[in-house]
Design a protein around this ligand. Structure first.
Ligand SMILES: [Zn+2]
Length: 383
């Protein structure tokens, strides 16, 4: 009698289902394993590759920064070297083995598993290339830093005297004065960028100060000055001179003896009747001095010559604000004559009165050349 199992059909079905489930489980297991394995492979190197990509980005940004500076040709050799190192790095980073490794696509990552040894070799080479790239970026940024420091040491003291508000110029001086150390090239780049921005702001403030200066000069020149001594009383002359100075934001100080920094006593035979003192700390920037002990003071104080004298000292100041020094290179050894010309051309000082008062003092004598030099300075050419 044939063995009859009424359940055999359903049992076969059950076995079939179990078989299918086992196959599915195996597939799922393999898939999970592959997913985990490939993710792990990528996960191990991803942070390293991200760090290297960061180095590459900083290198790229450093090139862009250097190219945006004045005269970027100075850095051409450094830029080229960084670019070469970046190309070396990119060639490695673009390898298909690395692409498979980092792919979001599981299939590609599985293919990537076939290249594990090659990936390790390429990543080792990428590490070397990124290290070189970082080193060359440092060379480039150090060259930029040195160029900026040169420019700064040549000009910062002048900018400080030129600007109307010294806050940012002082900040720039403070920051350059501090020892600067950087934990990374990204940090160095960020600091150099912000120093460069600050420097641009200060230079803009210098331009603004010069244009404010020219407007104030025009206003001072427009103040009418009577011609004869008797036209005003001594208080009137002094008030007029004070008005001319205050139009420039300058105070007149009556002084008993010549004293500009350490140069006190350098007034042979009482020659100096008035002076403007260029001090590095700006303390004298907006002051002109009248020497009341000068033998001619009583006479001067009762005449329009007082106003011409103030305008001469204001011209020293204007030249300093324009050029960062009362003795710009372009004036060479004719500073006083050029200053006189400046006072005539831009403050409306009286040429004949000046010539008359200063007869025989060659150093102060104006001519076409001193007028030309004063105009050049006013136009922003300091030599
Ligand atoms: Zn002078």
């Amino acid at each position: 009698m044939p063995y009859h199992n009424p359940n055999s059909r359903s049992r076969r079905n059950v076995l079939r289902i179990v078989g299918v489930l086992v196959v599915l489980a195996v597939i799922a297991g393999v898939a999970n394993f592959l997913h985990a394995t490939t993710s792990e492979a990528a996960g191990n190197v991803k942070p390293q590759i991200e760090t290297m990509q960061g180095i590459r980005q900083t290198a790229q940004d450093s090139i862009t920064f250097a190219q945006g500076l004045d005269d970027p040709d100075r850095f051409a050799a450094h830029i080229e070297t960084v670019q070469q190192c970046m190309d070396d790095y990119d060639r490695l980073a673009d390898a298909k083995q690395i692409k498979y490794l980092l792919s979001d696509n599981l299939q590609e990552r599985i293919i990537g598993l076939l290249y594990r040894n090659q990936q390790r070799t390429i990543i080792d080479s990428m590490r070397v290339a990124a290290h070189n790239l970082d080193g060359q970026t440092k060379e480039l940024l150090s060259a930029v830093d040195a160029a900026m420091a040169d420019d700064f040491s040549q000009h910062a003291a002048q900018w400080l005297l030129q600007v109307d508000d010294p806050t940012q110029a002082n900040e720039l001086i403070d920051r350059y004065g501090k020892q600067r150390a950087y934990a990374s090239m990204r940090e160095m780049l960020a600091d150099l960028r912000s120093l460069h921005k600050l420097r641009s702001d200060v230079k803009q403030q210098v331009s603004t100060a010069v244009s404010n200066l020219h407007n104030a000069e025009a206003a001072a020149a427009a103040i009418a000055v009577p011609e004869r001594n008797g036209d005003l009383d001594p208080a009137g002359w002094y008030t007029l001179a004070t008005n001319v100075a205050s139009t420039m934001g300058v105070q007149i100080e009556q002084t008993m003896e010549f004293n500009c920094g350490g140069q006190s006593g350098e007034n042979p035979s009482g020659f100096v009747a008035a002076y403007y003192c260029q001090m590095p700390d700006r303390s004298q920037r907006n002051v002109v001095h009248m020497l009341t002990t000068h033998p001619d003071w009583t006479q001067t104080a009762r005449s329009p010559w007082l106003v011409d004298m103030v305008k001469h000292e204001l011209s020293h100041r204007s030249i300093m604000i324009s050029c960062g020094t009362t003795q710009p290179t372009i004036a060479a050894d004719r500073t006083e004559a050029v200053t006189n010309s400046y006072s005539v051309l831009f403050f409306g000082a009286d040429r004949d009165r000046i010539t008359n008062q200063q007869q025989g003092v060659a150093e102060y004598a104006m001519d076409a050349s001193s007028d030309q030099l004063a105009t050049a300075i006013h136009d922003g050419n300091c030599g």
